[in-house]
Design a protein around this ligand. Structure first.
Ligand SMILES: [Zn+2]
Length: 306
């Protein structure tokens, strides 16, 4: 198989087109591609598309149906031929986390308080004794350890899909991934990793540190907490490279390229749909016109009955 490797000077994606896929535009940002060499690092596993082109288009249609303020260009992305199937590289890590934490934990308790009010009844003013229940919080310092094993943590290996967008596309089912074989790429655009292995490991470490903080917060005793401090050591394995299926729909809007992504396994859709200001203006003008018409009608009716 003689692949053509090209890279995008705009977003940094490096794509490999199988001989049966011809394109000179970046699948992520529509920039003109330049000749480049694909990374020699090839994927360990490839997860095939489970959502086909038509199903992905239907997913887009359903999403855009409720967004009639979206520009025409965007609404056209629903057509199946505008969708590009891309096998996107992700780094997969297993990790072991060990954390020490300390926090102030608050436990609520309740006391009954007595207070006096001035009551005037039948012209007579008296002082009356009342009671009410007041919530108090007792604070205790606590500390402990937390350990966890994280499996199959994903980090985008593509400069074309930033980590935040990749996280929104997840989860992917890695159980459906097959050992790498060139035939699995036939008919698809395959992207080479442009986020290096070491950088991905560091992203994984940062994300798992966040996961540890959430895990500690979730099991803290008491009713409330404050000053939660979590110190974690995260051992991340060297990572494996998998290609995961993503449908990409790009569209031009006000000189910028936007895109919608559909998870090729689950149909999960990611991406913001802009609103066409011309359409919003039209709605406002139509509303004002209807209001003016109503006023004119009322005035004419009032004049007629006089
Ligand atoms: Zn690009």
């Amino acid at each position: 198989m003689t692949d053509t490797a090209r890279s995008c000077p705009n977003c940094g994606a490096a794509v490999t087109f199988a001989p049966d896929v011809i394109s000179d535009r970046c699948v992520f940002c529509e920039s003109a591609l330049i000749a480049g060499s694909a990374s020699t690092e090839h994927a360990d596993r490839v997860a095939p598309f489970l959502v086909d082109r038509n199903a992905a288009a239907e997913r887009l249609t359903a999403h855009l149906a409720g967004q009639w303020l979206a520009p025409k260009h965007v609404r056209e992305t629903r057509s199946p031929e505008k969708l590009k199937g891309v096998l996107v590289p992700f780094w997969v890590h297993d990790a072991v986390a060990r954390s020490r934490w300390d926090a102030m934990v608050g436990v609520h308790w309740y006391r009954t308080e007595t207070y006096w009010v001035t009551v005037t009844r039948d012209g007579k003013t008296t002082r009356e004794r009342r009671t009410r229940v007041v919530q108090e919080t007792e604070w205790f310092p606590t500390e402990g350890t937390h350990g966890a094993t994280y499996r199959n943590h994903l980090v985008s290996g593509s400069q074309g899909i930033p980590e935040g967008e990749a996280n929104a596309l997840e989860p992917f089912d890695l159980g459906g991934a097959l050992p790498y074989a060139p035939e699995l790429l036939a008919g698809w655009v395959a992207e080479s990793p442009t986020i290096p292995r070491a950088q991905a490991a560091s992203v994984a470490r940062t994300e798992l540190q966040g996961a540890e903080v959430n895990a500690v917060r979730a099991f803290l005793p008491g009713d409330v907490s404050r000053s939660v401090d979590v110190q974690s050591t995260i051992d991340v394995d060297p990572g494996r490279l998998v290609l995961l299926p993503v449908w990409v729909a790009t569209y031009q809007w006000e000189d910028e390229v936007h895109r919608l992504l559909v998870n090729g396994q689950t149909g999960e859709l990611v991406g913001a749909v802009p609103k066409a200001w011309a359409k919003i203006a039209l709605v406002v003008v139509a509303g004002l016109f209807a209001a003016a018409l109503l006023v004119a009608f009322i005035l004419a009716f009032a004049a007629a009955v006089q």
